[in-house]
Design a binder for this molecule. Structure first.
Ligand code: ZN
Length: 391
C-alpha cells in the first residue's frame, strides 16, 4: 500500500508517544527525562537549542545512540526536531531498537520557543573552530562536546614564570576559553632561558601583559585576564573565585600556602608543580574530591632561608617545560572529566637520570585546613606565617 508522506507521518505519530513542550519542561525540571536529544542538522542548531540537549542529527541517531547516549533500553529519552516530524520518525526507530521510554516533542523547537521556554545559544563550534580544533575533535575522547567543555573552562595560572609559561601556551592552544594570569613581575633577560611566552622584545614589560598578547596571538578566540599584582589574602578569594581550576606555578612559600588555603576553602582543585635544579614534581590537590591538600603534606612552612629558590639554586631551562606540560595535561583531563588525575599521587621527575617516580599521597585527618577539625577557616597573613617580613 502506497502512503503519502503525511499519511506516513500520521501513522508513525499514532504508534509513538508524543509529549508537549510543557510536559518536556516539567520532565526536565523534575529530573524524570534522562536524555533530551535534538535531532536537527548542525545549521539549524546554530540559532539555539534547549538547554541540556544532546545534539545528534537525525541521520546519525541510530548509529551513535548506544555509544553517545545510552545502551539502557529503559532510559527516559525525549527527541525533538524543528516541528515534530523528524523526531517522530526517530522515535519510531529508537523504539525498533528496543528503547521503551522514547517520546517525541510535538511542535518541535518552534513549539518550545513559542511557549516561551528558555533556549541556549552558541552551543556549536564555528567553522573556524572546527578547523582549529580538528585534531581534538577527531579524538573520540574529546570530540566537539569535549572541545566545548574546554572552551567553557576557566583556569587561573598563579605565576607567569617557568611553569606558567608552557602551561599557558598549551592551554591557550587547546582552547581553554578563559585563562587568568596573576603575576606582579616584569620580564627580565634571565627569564628567557625557560619562560617561553617571552622574547627580547618584551623585556621590561609586565609579564601578564606580554603573556596575554602572545596567548591571544596563538588563539584569538579565548579570553585572557591579566592580574598584574601580587596574590594576597585580600584579593585571593576575588581572583580565585572566578575560576574552576587553579594552576600553581609560584616559586615562594607564602603564595603556595595562600593558594592552598584559598582553594580548599573555595573547594577548587589546585594543579601543582614545582621545580628545582634538575628535579621537578607535580600533583593535583583537591580536598573537595577526597584528595589531600598541600598542608596535609606540609602543615608548616620550612624556616625562612632553609630552602633555596631557583634564583639562588638555579634551574635547568627545559625542566619547567616538562613539569608545566604535566600540569597542562592534568588541567585538560580535569575539564574533560577523562582519565586518572594526579589527585592523591605525586609524579617526581629527575632530568639527570631521566626517571619518573610516583608517590602516593594521603589526606591527613589532622590537616589544619582540610582535616576533620580544621583550625584555619579564613585566610591569614602568609608572610608572617612563613617567617618573612610583611610586604
Ligand atoms: Zn589538607
Amino acid at each position: 500500500m502506497a502512503l503519502t508522506s503525511s499519511q506516513l507521518l500520521q501513522k508513525v505519530k499514532d504508534s509513538i508517544v508524543e509529549v508537549t513542550p510543557r510536559e518536556v519542561s516539567q520532565g526536565l525540571q523534575a529530573g524524570e527525562t534522562q536524555h533530551l536529544i535534538d535531532v536537527r542538522e548542525r545549521d539549524e542548531v546554530l540559532d539555539g537549542y534547549i538547554p541540556g540537549a544532546e545534539l545528534i542529527p537525525r541521520g546519525f541517531l541510530e548509529m551513535t545512540v548506544e555509544e553517545d547516549v545510552t545502551t539502557d533500553r529503559e532510559a527516559a529519552i525525549v527527541l525533538y526536531c524543528a516541528g515534530g516530524n523528524r523526531s517522530a520518525l526517530a522515535a519510531r526507530d529508537l523504539a525498533a531498537m528496543g528503547y521503551t521510554k522514547v517520546s517525541s516533542m510535538s511542535g518541535g523547537f518552534k513549539g518550545w520557543k513559542d511557549a516561551g521556554f528558555a533556549i541556549e545559544q552558541n552551543g556549536l563550534l564555528s567553522d573556524d573552530d572546527l578547523q582549529r580544533y580538528s585534531r581534538h575533535i577527531i579524538l573520540p575522547e574529546v570530540g566537539e562536546k569535549g572541545q566545548q567543555q574546554l572552551l567553557k573552562g576557566k583556569v587561573l595560572l598563579v605565576g607567569a614564570g617557568g611553569l606558567g609559561c608552557p602551561t599557558g601556551l598549551y592551554l591557550a592552544g587547546a582552547g581553554v576559553g578563559t585563562i587568568g594570569l596573576v603575576d606582579a613581575d616584569v620580564v627580565d633577560r634571565s627569564n628567557l632561558q625557560r619562560q617561553v611566552l617571552f622574547g627580547e622584545s618584551v623585556i621590561g614589560r609586565p609579564k601578564v601583559e606580554a603573556a596575554r598578547e602572545r596567548m591571544l596571538d596563538l588563539n584569538p578566540g579565548i579570553a585572557i585576564n591579566g592580574y598584574h599584582e601580587l596574590l594576597t589574602s585580600a584579593n585571593a578569594f576575588d581572583i580565585l573565585g572566578d575560576y574552576d581550576i587553579i594552576v600553581n606555578g609560584c616559586d615562594n612559600f607564602p603564595t603556595r600556602y595562600l593558594v592552598n588555603d584559598a582553594a580548599v576553602l573555595l573547594g577548587k582543585p589546585v594543579v601543582d608543580g614545582s621545580i628545582f635544579r634538575f628535579e621537578g614534581q607535580a600533583t593535583v590537590y583537591h580536598s573537595a574530591e577526597g584528595g589531600p591538600c598541600y598542608r596535609c603534606l606540609y602543615p608548616q612552612p620550612p624556616p625562612p632561608g632553609e630552602v633555596p629558590s631557583c634564583a639562588e639554586g638555579g634551574v635547568l631551562g627545559v625542566l619547567p617545560g616538562i613539569v608545566g606540560m604535566i600540569q597542562a595535561t592534568e588541567v585538560v583531563k580535569l575539564i574533560l572529566g577523562r582519565g586518572s588525575s594526579l589527585v592523591g599521587r605525586m609524579v617526581l621527575y629527575d632530568a639527570m637520570e631521566m626517571k619518573f617516580r610516583e608517590l602516593r599521597l594521603r589526606r591527613n585527618a589532622e590537616c589544619p585546613v582540610c582535616g576533620d577539625s580544621p583550625t584555619v577557616k579564613e585566610l591569614i597573613d602568609y608572610d608572617q606565617f612563613c617567617g618573612l617580613p610583611s610586604r
